[in-house]
Design a protein. Structure first.
Length: 194
């Protein structure tokens, strides 16, 4: 997201805990110098105030505890200028698809790939398993752990950080968010200064 925004002349500053990902960003950005603070999104500080802070591609679910997620909201609010917005793009847990007594759902099945999620409902944890294979007998497995968050829980985190819900849509095209939506784009706003 930072590269196309910077390409359009929007000033962007990033926070990332992974130096290899920052190097990938720099390679994609070409000659564009996008400043990045190396650190955890729950507590790293970028210089200045911003009118927009965003977490897209389910990023907030990479924080594996509720406390870390709450701190992330507070950190976003600390970076916002009065009236600024915090945008979160996130998937909705598919627990309705989880058969009673089962711990996994298949989310992708096609040529060369199988994807499944294993759930720990007690702790709101899910591990996404990405299996990639070709015509050989070898397969590659990538796992990514997440803590899933319900939209109402996000709203409470925002409230704790002094943010207010402004809008929620099912996608970037502003489709209505319903009980059947697999994801959402939610906008929170820091109230303007008095």
């Amino acid at each position: 997201m930072a590269v196309p925004l910077a390409g359009r002349g929007v000033p962007v500053t990033g926070i990332d805990s992974s130096r290899p990902m920052v190097e990938r960003l720099r390679a994609k950005a070409g000659g564009s110098a996008i400043p990045v603070v190396i650190g955890d999104m729950a507590n790293a500080t970028a210089p200045g105030e911003y009118t927009l802070v965003y977490l897209v591609y389910n990023t907030i679910s990479n924080l594996l505890t509720q406390a870390e997620q709450v701190e992330c909201f507070r950190n976003a609010a600390r970076h916002l200028a009065p009236g600024g917005r915090f945008v979160v793009e996130l998937w909705v847990p598919e627990l309705r698809r989880l058969p009673p007594g089962q711990k996994a759902t298949v989310w992708e099945s096609g040529p060369g790939c199988i994807g499944l999620d294993t759930y720990d409902v007690l702790h709101q944890h899910v591990v996404s398993h990405h299996f990639r294979f070709d015509e050989t007998e070898q397969a590659r497995l990538f796992r990514s752990p997440h803590r899933y968050i319900w939209p109402a829980e996000l709203d409470l985190m925002a409230q704790l950080a002094g943010l207010r819900l402004e809008s929620r849509h099912a996608d970037w095209n502003e489709a209505p968010f319903t009980a059947d939506s697999p994801s959402h784009v939610t906008v929170y706003r820091l109230p303007p200064a008095d």
